[in-house]
Design a protein around this ligand. Structure first.
Ligand code: DX5
Ligand code: ZN
Length: 218
């Protein structure tokens, strides 16, 4: 299993986005996780396609766009134009999932579904063969810096058993040097990390530590 570290820009210093993005790219990030919040699906608002488009000019690192929107389909086009490489949207949103997947397939974008902590993992099973990845939230979506919910790892285990080794399972929320081992043990291979990367002055070291601990716990 290939461990990938996806720093979440939500925890960056927005006064200095360009150097923040460069610091994690130089530090060995595998992708950049972009959290999009509409103030409706979650009780917070982050940033939209125009910011994503501006960051796109900085580097060609994979843009992993996590849409926390009530109507994600309404914004697919805008985020694709802004430079998204993969889009994940919530099974709990109002999206028509088959239509949404059709759209992303035609647009040649990688696609993923997200489950919140209280949502059963079975809810996404029928779409599995159409997905490039599944994101299992380990906090209630909406804010960075929350505590990792260990309970959610049982869903990771179930999913890993079902999909086999060659499939991306992301864990998002509260992933740090103390919790990344249990995410890896459960079978996750893509670690989203906001505070635990951007909260450290040496981004390369922060990314490397997470990667090492995860790799030692596969
Ligand atoms: C929460 C977001 C996460 C968040 C993670 O709604 O989906 O990506 O930024 O932040 P940390 O790693 O600080 O928990
Ligand atoms: Zn996220």
């Amino acid at each position: 299993m290939n461990i990938k570290i996806a720093p979440s820009l939500l925890a960056a210093d927005f006064k200095d986005l360009q150097s923040e993005v460069r610091s994690v790219v130089a530090g060995g990030a595998d992708m950049l996780h972009l959290d999009i919040m509409d103030g409706h699906f979650v009780p917070n608002i982050s940033f939209g396609p125009s910011i994503v488009k501006q960051i796109r000019d900085i580097d060609n690192i994979i843009f992993d766009v996590h849409l926390m929107l009530t109507n994600p389909q309404d914004y697919f086009e805008a985020f694709i134009k802004a430079g998204a490489d993969m889009i994940t949207f919530h099974i709990e949103s109002d999206a028509n999932v088959p239509d949404a997947l059709d759209y992303l397939e035609k647009a040649n974008i990688k696609k993923g579904l997200v489950v919140k902590p209280k949502t059963n993992i079975d809810s996404i099973f029928k779409y599995l063969d159409r997905l490039d990845m599944v994101l299992i939230m380990s906090v209630e979506p909406g804010f960075g810096g929350q505590s990792f919910m260990q309970d959610c790892m049982s869903k990771v285990k179930v999913l890993r058993q079902k999909v086999g080794a060659d499939f991306d399972i992301q864990v998002d929320g509260g992933v740090d040097v103390n919790t990344v081992s249990s995410a890896a043990k459960a079978g996750a291979n893509v670690m989203v990390a906001g505070t635990s990367v951007f909260g450290q002055s040496d981004r390369g070291l922060a990314i490397e530590q997470l990667r090492q601990i995860a790799e030692n716990n596969i």
